[in-house]
Design a protein. Structure first.
Ligand code: FES
Ligand code: FES
Lengths: 185, 703
């Protein structure tokens, strides 16, 4: 089948996609965007988290065909050219990155959290990131990074980014204030 | 040196441009999926591949008849001694029997489910504990299986107080977030591999030997590893299978293990059963220490978890006796896992020390202080540095240990029982050769190249810092290139030894560059090159421990180890049996700390890892099915962020120039040691229940 999907603001078309393929494979193996990682292939770890129409999803659980006509934003689309997004900057400064394999998913999850809740409590942070496993850091520096990003207004800049993207999309107009990423454990 | 070095690898990891093995460009590659045995033993009698061959996207299904001949090779570098697909004998459930090659990964995985296998002579797998204990042999036995000094039986008889107890630890899986992945490409008799490994050197040597080509014909790329914790140290079957498939089809082949295959084809930490006996005088001085152990091992390879090893250098005792055995079972091959040997072993020793302290009515910190040895208690050799006493005192101070009421169940917070427990930690210090190349161009820009892969420990930042410190230039002027077997070799990122070896090699390379230039540290490099009439300068640095090869901690007349203390607070809900670790304080002596930010993060990760060992992680082996039951991250529970309470990590000064030229030792595994004992000891303090079997589960604590 053919899949048309907007990825990081660019319209992409891919032919001969097999029905059994995941959005994750479409992004990684066909569209040259390996940022989102395959780690458990069944929604347990959050490493493959991307935005689908502004909602974080586990790309391993979404069929490629389900992305038809929709928009996807991946970790590759967070930075503004060479300038890291404040969330990314906070992760490196707080020492929240070790092997880095969980990092793309955590960045998207954090980015989403801060765009909904600009100053989350520790409880809200833990809840929002509960679906993202990290085997290296012990999480403490990741929490530090989220707090740091929040104090720098990591969420505000994101909403600016979102508004034009969301215009005219039914059901995707306002930042969500309830609900969880689809992939939470 | 600056505190909190910024990672040069940070931006790439944050923007998705750091390329891990599975990220290598695969537009022309076939995707491979393994078909594996569904029984633990017996014989494979037939394989039916027609349905799979007819499935969408499938190009070919490879079975034994299709494989090129493979050379023989030992374990290690192989993780499991039999090259895959070569025998009808089934050694364990999950062993590869065919490789499906298709245009996409999903198609290959789908078709792999359509291959049918027939087996004969299958019997239930004998579980651990029901087979004979035997003495292990071979390359997967690390250290001596039997060690002793003095007369332990006499020491126990002479003791005023003695304790003997048996402790068990569970089968555990490394479960790095990145699964194993290999992309193999042949060009004539040249093989290029992108593979997620903890040693490009091992992968290169192993593939060259298996395929009968010289090592220089095999080039291995692995700049980034998404975590390994031991499971990517040795060469597991998928790597030669990917290379064989690429050779047979003439196309590049990408083989990514599924999460389920990570539970059978990449090792695990085997279950152990250990017995510790301690005897002491009434004032708390040890008269005898005996620590025996047995672990679950596979049919082949004899992987031995040498849990009593640390007990031979921890405490001053006139009599010490250790022994370690294995049981050969039909199960996947175990392998070292953070933290091998001392990780499970110190659970037993440090629990037993707590039991002894309780019997003596003595504070557990004080008991350890009273048994601090001046020299290695087994060999009588000096310690290169040993700051355990400092760690114990500082840990007690930071934790507020003096406020502890020693009476069981005496500390409460409303409904919850509070327990305070502690343990000492130690790791052996294996060391191994390393090398690096350093180049300075006419602008003064420095590039360091090394075969080492970045596995998350921040080695590029360490290399940058050591080069900058030695040359006296700003760290930003130093770029680091890594993870390519064409670069100077580094043994591997395992055994907590990379910083010592590689850091020392980088320093040697930088010193040699200065010497060639006749320059002093801090001299502007561009100017020094111009003065010497050079546009570029290259130097190589090598470092190896005494003897030139890989060594363990007892070498060159010294006893070289790392130490620490861990203090924890647990909260137990007495009605529900719920256990939480609300607070932990870890103080470590692990040599000179080069990058405090990365080191702290490593130790927090280690304590979290130890928490997983203590209360969460267990792979249940089901004997009738002959397999690990839950081969996924939903059934194998690893810590999530909400599990983790407050963690305070610090280091005591420890500059060990015997261990390495830069004063560093290894810390990658130390943080995970002792945590499980400290938690079990805290649980005893809270509830009066002595849990000797890990993980500690609700049923241990229910009324
Ligand atoms: S790979 Fe999608 S949640 Fe783990
Ligand atoms: S940094 Fe390695 S898994 Fe999170």
């Amino acid at each position: 089948m053919r899949v048309n999907v907007e990825v990081n603001g660019e319209q992409r078309t891919e032919d001969n996609v097999w029905e059994g393929e995941s959005l994750l494979s479409l992004l990684r193996d066909r569209l040259g965007l390996p940022g989102a990682k395959n780690a458990c292939e069944q929604g347990e770890c959050g490493s493959c988290t991307v935005y689908l129409d502004g909602v974080p999803v586990c790309a391993c659980l979404v069929a490629a065909g389900q992305a038809e006509g929709r928009s996807v934003r991946t970790v590759e689309g967070l930075a503004d050219g060479d300038a890291l997004h404040p969330v990314q900057q906070a992760f490196v400064e707080a020492g929240a990155v070790q092997c880095g394999f969980c990092t793309p998913g955590l960045l998207v999850a954090t980015h989403d959290l801060l765009s909904r809740v600009s100053h989350p409590s520790d409880g809200e942070i833990r809840e929002a990131l509960a679906g993202n496993l990290c085997r290296c850091t012990g999480y403490e520096h990741i929490l530090d990074a989220v707090r740091l990003a929040a104090t720098r207004g990591g969420g505000r800049r994101d909403q600016e980014w979102r508004s034009p993207d969301r215009a005219g999309r039914p059901g995707a107009g306002a930042p969500r204030d309830t609900g969880d990423p689809e992939c939470e454990r | 040196m600056t505190t909190g070095l910024t990672r040069p690898d940070g931006p790439a990891k944050l923007t998705g441009t750091a390329h891990y093995a599975a990220d290598a460009d695969t537009s022309d590659a076939l995707a491979a999926a393994l078909v594996t045995t569904t029984v633990p033993n017996g014989r494979l009698t037939a394989l039916h591949t027609a349905d799979a061959e007819a499935a969408p996207g499938v190009v070919r299904v490879l079975t034994r008849a299709d494989l090129p001949p493979l050379g023989e090779l030992s374990t290690p570098p192989l993780g499991f001694p039999v090259p895959p697909l070569l025998e009808d004998t089934v050694h364990h459930e999950g062993e590869p029997i065919a490789v499906v090659l298709a245009e996409t990964w999903e198609q290959a995985r789908h078709a792999a489910t359509l291959v049918r296998a027939e087996y004969a002579d299958v019997t239930p797998a004998v579980p651990f504990g029901q087979a004979e204990d035997v003495v292990p042999h071979g390359g997967l036995v690390f250290g001596e299986t039997d060690e002793s000094k003095g007369d332990v039986t006499a020491g126990l008889a002479a003791a005023d107080v003695s304790v003997t107890a048996t402790y068990t630890t569970a089968d555990r899986h490394h479960s790095p977030i990145e699964p194993h992945a290999t992309l193999a490409r042949w060009d004539g008799d040249q093989l290029v591999l992108h593979s997620s490994v903890q040693s490009v050197l091992f992968a290169q040597a192993a593939l060259a030997a298996l395929f009968g080509v010289p090592p220089e014909n095999v080039r291995v790329f692995c700049p980034f590893v998404g975590g390994g914790f031991g499971c990517k140290g040795f060469v597991w079957p998928h790597i030669p299978l990917a290379a064989a498939a690429a050779r047979v089809t003439g196309r590049p082949v990408k083989l990514v293990l599924t999460r389920a295959q990570m539970f059978t084809l990449a090792g695990h930490q085997p279950a152990t059963r250990q017995t510790v006996s301690l005897g002491a005088t009434s004032d708390g001085r040890l008269t005898a220490l005996r620590h025996t152990s047995s672990n679950a091992s596979a049919q082949l390879g004899d992987y031995c978890e040498n849990t009593p090893h640390g007990s031979t250098w921890m405490y001053a005792s006139p009599a010490i006796e250790t022994s370690t055995r294995i049981q050969r079972l039909h199960r996947p091959g175990p392998t070292p896992m953070r933290s091998p040997h001392e990780g499970p072993g110190m659970f037993a020793l440090e629990s037993a020390m707590d039991e002894l302290a309780h019997e003596l009515g003595m504070d557990p910190v004080e008991l350890r202080l009273r048994n601090e040895p001046e020299v290695d208690p087994l060999t009588g050799e000096p310690f290169s540095s040993r700051k355990l006493v400092e760690c114990l005192r500082e840990g007690a101070r930071r934790f507020g240990w003096s406020e502890r009421n020693p009476e069981i169940g005496s500390m409460r917070d409303g409904h919850e029982l509070i327990g305070w427990g502690m343990a000492a930690a130690t790791m052996d210090s294996p060391r191994s050769p390393s090398s690096a190349r350093l180049r300075i161009d006419h602008t003064g820009h420095v590039v360091v190249e090394t075969g080492m892969q970045e596995i998350g420990t921040g080695l590029p930042a360490m290399v940058q810092a050591v080069a900058a410190e030695t040359l006296g230039c700003p760290p930003e002027d130093v770029a680091v290139r890594h993870g390519d077997s064409d670069f100077p070799p580094h043994t591997g990122t395992f055994g907590s030894m990379s910083t010592m070896g590689l850091g020392s090699a980088v320093r040697a390379a930088a010193e040699s560059a200065l010497e060639k230039l006749g320059a002093e540290p801090g001299d502007p490099l561009a100017g020094a090159l111009a003065e010497a009439g050079l546009t570029e300068l290259e130097s190589e640095g090598r470092w190896s421990p005494e003897g030139g090869g890989m060594t363990r901690g007892r070498t060159g007349g010294y006893s070289i180890h790392t130490y620490g203390s861990i203090f924890v607070e647990v909260r137990v809900d007495p009605d529900l049996g719920l256990l939480r670790m609300s607070r932990a304080v870890g103080v470590y002596a692990g040599g000179r700390i080069l990058n405090p930010l990365a080191a702290r993060s490593q130790m927090i990760g280690g304590i979290t890892w130890g928490y997983g060992q203590a209360v969460l992680e267990q792979s249940v082996f089901e004997p009738n099915l002959g397999r690990f039951l839950s081969k996924n991250l939903a059934g194998y529970i690893v810590p999530v962020n909400a599990d983790i309470g407050e963690i305070d990590v610090s280091f005591v000064d420890d500059d060990d120039r015997v261990a390495s030229a830069i004063g560093a030792k290894g810390i990658g595994e130390l943080g995970a040691v002792g945590v499980s004992a400290a938690i079990a000891n805290a649980v005893f303090h809270a509830t009066g229940r002595r849990v000797r079997d890990l993980p500690i589960r609700i049923h241990h604590l229910l009324p």
